[in-house]
Design a protein around this ligand. Sequence first.
Ligand code: SF4
Length: 260
Amino acid sequence: MNIDHLSFSSITSYLNCSKAWKYKYLEKLETKTSSQLLFGSAWHKTVEAIVAGAVDGESYKKDFWKQSLLSEIEQSQKKNQVVEWGGETEESLINAGLRLLNSEEVKKGLLSIYPGNDEKGPKIERKIELRVPGVPIPVIGYIDIITEDGVCGDFKTSGKSWSETQAKDSLQPLFYMAGLKQMGMPAPDLFRHYVFVKTKEPKFQVIETSYQPFEVMFLFRLINNVWQAIEKEAFFENPGGWLCSERFCDFWKECRGKYQ
Ligand code: SF4
């Protein structure tokens, strides 16, 4: 099988629909993107640049945001990617980002995030490699930030506020923390989700969740089971899942849509 690593998102993708996983990761069919993904990716870069101290001053931050968004759009055009705009436009996305940057709550929030530093610079967007017993290839990911106090964190954009349960249910933090520990780096069993809420009055949330070290055993079992299923080429449709619609599935035309 022609894959040399897994990632947390590829594992999640397999669980959503293994057939879609096959189209994406084995057959490497083109995927769509959406205005939310373009926004999220550009906002990520902006936040990372601000907290790393690479852009300072209100107008520079705004320019950086606009350039990041335009560059995401340009890259998707170069790849001839279909963009699901969902009623948004380039202008409305730029304005949504500016609203976040103008919000006093968001400004204060951004000033409260201090990345740790080492010989490579600010601990932002660091590669994590996790080895799972019984899985011959690594699981790779990039952690958004490790703050001064050694706590890992992830930047999220959302159309509505997150609940504590939503943060606690996410398995992604366990993946990061297990990866860091395996790599010999100190990682407290605590994680922070930094949520930028794109409502008319933007909000900024910091949600801390703690984990018990043994919870990682569930993660290992899950990844192991997914790997074994991939090895056995268990790829089947999941018509009852949230993904299975013309709107959400990138492979609708090749799959369910072919028979309609
Ligand atoms: S159309 Fe449905 S079953 Fe087919 S790949 Fe997409 S989500 Fe899976």
